[in-house]
Design a protein around this ligand. Sequence first.
Ligand SMILES: [Fe+2]
Length: 186
Amino acid sequence: MSSSALRLEVAHSVLYVHDVDQMISFYRDMLGFEVTDRGPIGPNEIVFLSQIANHHHQVAFVTGRDEPSRSVTTHHTAYRSAGTLDDLKALHEKLKADPAVSAIRPLTHGNAWSVYFQDPEFNGVEVFIDTPWHVKQPQGKALDLSRPNDEIVATTREAFADEPEFGDISAFYQRRAEHLGARRGG
Ligand SMILES: [Fe+2]
């Protein structure tokens, strides 16, 4: 068995938290998660959260964190949404209205429309939706979510059209599938 036969996917992140109730409220009310289970883990508590059927938890909190400060090891955790630009705009407005949220920054990588922010304990979070395109990474350009959706689509396409590998995302997925198939031996 080659190592690639494992076919790993990211399943969950477990964060140490300082104020578990505040973190549960934020991930529930702002991001749509629900608590699936909770219980003791040594002297602390673990709280599991998910919002999709086939992952018991996508994120979990373990109590016992000292006064929170920005992580020195995790840059951010990204959550991909199947939603629309309107959904991303609505989240952006909701984030701006919450004083516990910091460092709110809409951004486009060309292959994604994203809003970056720090949750109430300064964990870096990205919520993104896919664009129709692939472009060689890293990329990051300003995203003005106050503009109409068709304008955002047009300006994003314009902004990345001359960057390396720009093209339809379906073609990129096809190339990746072929590469991974060859890597697994067909
Ligand atoms: Fe990211």
